[in-house]
Design a protein around this ligand. Structure first.
Ligand code: DC
Length: 237
């Protein structure tokens, strides 16, 4: 699909509502780079866990002092045809998706200094446009000037159901109640935190996908793109 100009697509929304699925589909259709900012907050969380900076609480000041030691990058795995997250040179793609990291990532993402550090890196990654970035504050803070902002949402029950199936498929031993609790708790923390709370940008298009499957959601996004940035008939090819 070809657009009439290079753009930034910002996709924000609640936990486990299919942001990354849509972002990857759009990036691959447009030949753009996909950037998963949740993976960056998860990597900082994993670093803090491994460095002993999370005990029964987060050792905030120590973590802030170590931010410059945390190097995060995405490397494309040609075999798997997807980008994988590297923390200080080590592939952490699997580890950062586990329940332990999920349980601690919201308090880490509340730390203003952590956010400032990662937002700066994210802005660098979008310097030349042609990116699809997903997260919680992309349309509001990271790229308030993004040409297209989508805000995805779905009911907490439906999001927990999808996440539960995904974790089960990966062989993780979790109950549905645990996953639902984690989703609800993250919603609460993400939406009420003082710094960059999760909320739709005033110019975002809101898509509730509770009753949409992956293909239907993609079709909605493609029609928005073609109306806004279409090149006549070419853009759908
Ligand atoms: O998208 P995800 O579930 O992998 O994100 C993990 C956590 O990181 C989520 O609970 C909120 C936080 N996050 C954030 O605060 N800002 C972002 N841009 C991306 C994620």
């Amino acid at each position: 699909m070809k657009l009439n100009k290079d753009i930034i697509i910002a996709i924000d929304g609640h936990a486990s509502c299919g942001k990354s699925t849509l972002a990857k589909q759009l990036a691959s259709t447009l030949g753009y780079t996909y950037i998963d900012t949740g993976a960056m907050y998860r990597s900082v969380t994993l670093y803090a866990m491994q460095a002993g900076l999370i005990t029964d609480h987060v050792h905030t000041q120590e973590l802030i002092n170590e931010l410059n030691k945390i190097h995060i990058e995405f490397r494309y795995n040609a075999k798997l045809q997807k980008a994988e997250t590297y923390l200080n040179g080590k592939n952490v793609e699997e580890q950062i998706r586990g329940m332990e990291v999920s349980d601690w990532v919201s308090p880490i993402a509340e730390i203003a200094e952590v956010r400032a550090h990662l937002v700066h890196l994210q802005q660098q990654m979008g310097k030349n446009k042609r990116i699809v970035m997903d997260g919680r504050d992309i349309g509001t803070v990271v790229f308030p000037q993004a040409e297209l902002k989508l805000f995805l949402t779905a009911s907490a029950q439906e999001r927990a159901r999808r996440r539960f199936l995904e974790l089960k498929q990966k062989g993780q031993d979790v109950s549905f109640e645990q996953v639902l609790q984690n989703v609800e708790q993250r919603d609460r923390i993400d939406s009420t935190r003082a710094v960059s709370p999760l909320k739709p940008a005033s110019d975002a298009i809101i898509i509730d996908n509770t009753n949409l499957n992956i293909e239907e959601q993609f079709a909605v996004a493609v029609s928005i793109l073609s109306v806004r940035f279409g090149n006549g008939i070419d853009c759908l090819l």
